[in-house]
Design a protein. Structure first.
Length: 311
């Protein structure tokens, strides 16, 4: 049966560098086109962790070399990452479609996501981006650019930014129009370009939105049947890494909430994925969230593997 599926690609589906990305998207596109070949409508979102950090660092280095060059806002760096990831991804999907004699247009939508300027996350920046620095380097960056720098698990200092919850997908009307026209859309990259609204003006925010929560919001707005969150494991586990480790196949929203409250999922890793999956599954009787590996997504939709969460 035909399903509308929003796929949230993790970093492992994109690689950490440009050469890695060009190789990774070829494998990623095969898994995506497998679902399209089955007759499903597919909308793709993706992370941008390594990429936005790399772009942000490059812009900082540019402003160091040329002091007339102002530092580039983080929201602009997110926009850059959307474009260059989308460029590689849409070309790889297009090529894979044509290799299978499937003629469907593929488009990347530069996507803004509105956040609340009063979101508590802005008072407690917690999302690390960019490269590791020494204490001396971090102090210079903090003084020159006003960045908040924080020590990261003994590995050095990194910039930390806010990670507010998404409130609105600004371009959702355009995304819907493309989906309804039968096109494959790549949207909400990196959680979307974070913006706040004042009157009719959208202003970029110094933040990074969690791509799983943004994907959940987009899936809800598109009335998707499935939200597929791809990660580095085939299934979600409770008691992970312990003797009583248990892999989960099909759980209810209430069971997932219980596991969350018991602290089974690591913050900044599996926790936001499970929380986003629960939020989507709880939003409708016929909505299912799937957490699994990229190469297992087709089998997961068929109910053969992965962790399925439903109301």
């Amino acid at each position: 049966m035909k399903k509308r599926i929003v796929i949230a690609l993790g970093g492992n589906a994109l690689g950490d560098t440009l050469p890695e990305q060009m190789i990774a998207v070829k494998t990623t596109s095969k898994a995506i086109v497998d679902l399209i070949e089955e007759g499903h409508e597919v909308i793709v979102s993706h992370g941008n962790g390594p990429q936005v950090g790399m772009i942000n660092q490059a812009m900082i280095e540019l402003s160091r070399v040329d002091e007339s060059q102002p530092n580039t806002p983080l929201s602009v760096c997110v926009a850059m990452s959307q474009a260059y990831i989308g460029y590689d991804l849409q070309n790889a999907i297009r090529e894979e479609l044509l290799n299978r004699n499937i003629h469907i247009p593929v488009a990347t939508m530069v996507t803004q996501v509105r956040v609340d300027p009063d979101d508590p996350a802005f008072k407690n920046p917690s999302k690390p981006i960019g490269r590791f620095m020494t204490k001396e380097q971090a102090d210079i960056v903090a003084k020159k650019y006003g960045h908040e720098m924080r020590e990261d698990a003994g590995r050095g200092y990194r910039r930390v930014v806010a990670s507010p919850k998404p409130v609105e997908i600004v371009e959702i009307g355009a995304i819907k129009a493309l989906v309804e026209a039968g096109q494959i859309v790549i949207a909400g990259g990196g959680g979307g370009i974070p913006v706040t609204l004042k009157g009719n003006h959208l202003k970029g925010a110094s933040a990074v939105i969690d791509k799983d929560f943004a994907s959940c919001l987009m899936a809800r707005e598109l009335n998707a049947d499935y939200l597929v969150i791809l990660t580095a494991v085939e299934k979600v586990a409770i008691h992970f890494g312990k003797e009583n480790e248990q892999w989960l196949s099909h759980i209810t929203v209430n069971e997932a909430k219980k596991y969350i409250s018991e602290g089974h999922f690591a913050p900044g890793s599996m926790l936001p994925k499970v929380e986003a999956a629960v939020e989507f599954a709880a939003s409708g009787d016929n909505r299912t969230a799937l957490i699994t590996l990229l190469e297992k997504s087709k089998d997961g939709i068929a109910g053969k593997t992965g962790t399925l969460i439903s109301k």
